[in-house]
Design a protein around this ligand. Structure first.
Ligand code: ZN
Length: 256
């Protein structure tokens, strides 16, 4: 039977099943198949691929392989963007998260990033929201990312919310896009600063001396420093530090 050889680079070697130490795996082909299907058959969603090269030429996901080819599979990376092979602005900085990523959704909202999240949402709904609202789909479910209609997505590797937040911020280069405490943690709406007099009757006595108040433009929840700012300030500071430390490494590119 004909075989196509896939060679994975960077962190894609963690996702690909059956690869050897070089990140290489042979896939048997019964018939001609799209390169998307072949890459996904070893567990790597197309959303996590930045560049495919066959015979020295970049190809699209619909490119057909017949067997005998070698396919190089690269993750999205800044070095590819610099080389002009990837369009860096392509991925929107808006997200939709699956039901298992509630803490990550909360962290992203804290950072001011537009993050759609519901405690109940099935796969078709998540994919539909990603497409209709041009959002990046974040999930650990690779099958969900392999849906053909999903354009932008990231397979979240870490299981720990802080590391997940860092992972997403790095992948989408979010360090300059952070607007902490501008978004409602409950519903993702935008927060608007309001006068103390307008809200003083709505907040508990312990909050009445707070420096400033804001109200969600969507669900009208009132926030003030202290509702969530304590450990959140720490999260924002830690993220900024980690991202700035990581920026130098990332400049090297990850397509090694
Ligand atoms: Zn709200």
């Amino acid at each position: 039977m004909e075989r196509t050889t896939l060679r994975f680079y960077g962190d894609l070697t963690d996702l690909a099943r059956g690869v050897d130490r070089d990140g290489t795996v042979d896939v048997p082909l019964g018939a001609a198949r799209s390169v998307k299907d072949v890459v996904e058959s070893v567990g790597v969603p197309h959303t996590d691929v930045g560049l495919l090269v066959v015979g020295g030429e970049p190809v699209g996901f619909d490119h057909l392989v017949h067997g005998g080819e070698r396919v190089a599979v690269y993750p999205p990376s800044r070095s590819l963007e610099v080389a002009g092979l990837l369009r860096p602005a392509e991925a929107p900085r808006r997200f939709v998260l699956d039901v298992h990523l509630g803490t990550l959704a909360r962290n992203l909202r804290l950072l001011g990033l537009d993050s759609w999240y519901r405690t109940a949402a099935d796969d078709p709904l998540l994919a539909a929201v990603a497409v209709a609202e041009d959002r990046v789909l974040l999930t650990r479910d690779r099958g969900l990312l392999m849906r053909r209609e999903v354009v932008h997505g990231h397979c979240v590797r870490s299981q720990e919310p802080f590391t997940q937040t860092l992972e997403v911020a790095r992948r989408y280069d979010l360090v300059g896009a952070l607007r902490p405490f501008t978004r409602c943690l409950r519903c993702n709406g935008e927060l608007v600063e309001v006068d103390r007099a307008a809200v003083v009757r709505e907040v508990p006595p312990r909050a009445r001396d707070a420096e400033r108040f804001s109200r969600c433009a969507s669900c009208e929840q009132v926030f003030w420093p202290g509702t969530h700012h304590g450990h959140l300030t720490g999260l924002v500071a830690a993220l900024r530090r980690s991202l700035e430390d990581g920026a130098a490494d990332a400049a090297d590119g990850s397509a090694r």
